[in-house]
Design a binder for this molecule. Structure first.
Ligand SMILES: [Zn+2]
Length: 124
């Protein structure tokens, strides 16, 4: 399986993911999404979900802060040094981790028409 690594801005938090397909192919890009909930709207990030077994935090456990709100089910992680959101555990699929596509190294930002929308606002 292809793997990709990602970092926060200051580099303390690093992670890697494995995906079924190359994230650069149109096929796999179907997994990319934005969410319109009140938190994601403020972050304005593009996310990609992976199974928790395909996500590895490779450094920075001590630097990670966790934000919870509303039901407290989802865990939103960000670097306490640079403030960059790196990943979160999904409320609607707790065995999945969504990662910040903008943190991935060497992956171009996807085209707008390859990004889906999750109606997180409907879950508020
Ligand atoms: Zn950082």
């Amino acid at each position: 399986m292809p793997s990709y690594s990602g970092t926060c801005h200051c580099g303390r938090v690093t992670f890697s993911i494995e995906t079924e397909n190359s994230i650069e192919t149109e096929n796999a890009l179907g997994d990319l999404y934005r969410c319109n909930c009140s938190l994601c709207t403020r972050k304005a990030i593009i996310m990609k979900p992976v199974h928790q077994d395909d996500f590895s935090l490779t450094s920075g456990q001590d630097a990670l802060s966790c934000y919870k709100w509303h039901t407290g089910m989802a865990e939103h992680f960000f670097c306490s040094e640079c403030g960059v959101y790196t990943h979160h555990r999904r409320r609607t699929a707790p065995d999945q981790i969504s990662i910040n596509v903008g943190c991935l190294t060497g992956v171009p930002q996807p085209a707008e028409d390859q990004i889906g929308l999750v109606d997180g606002a409907g879950l508020d």
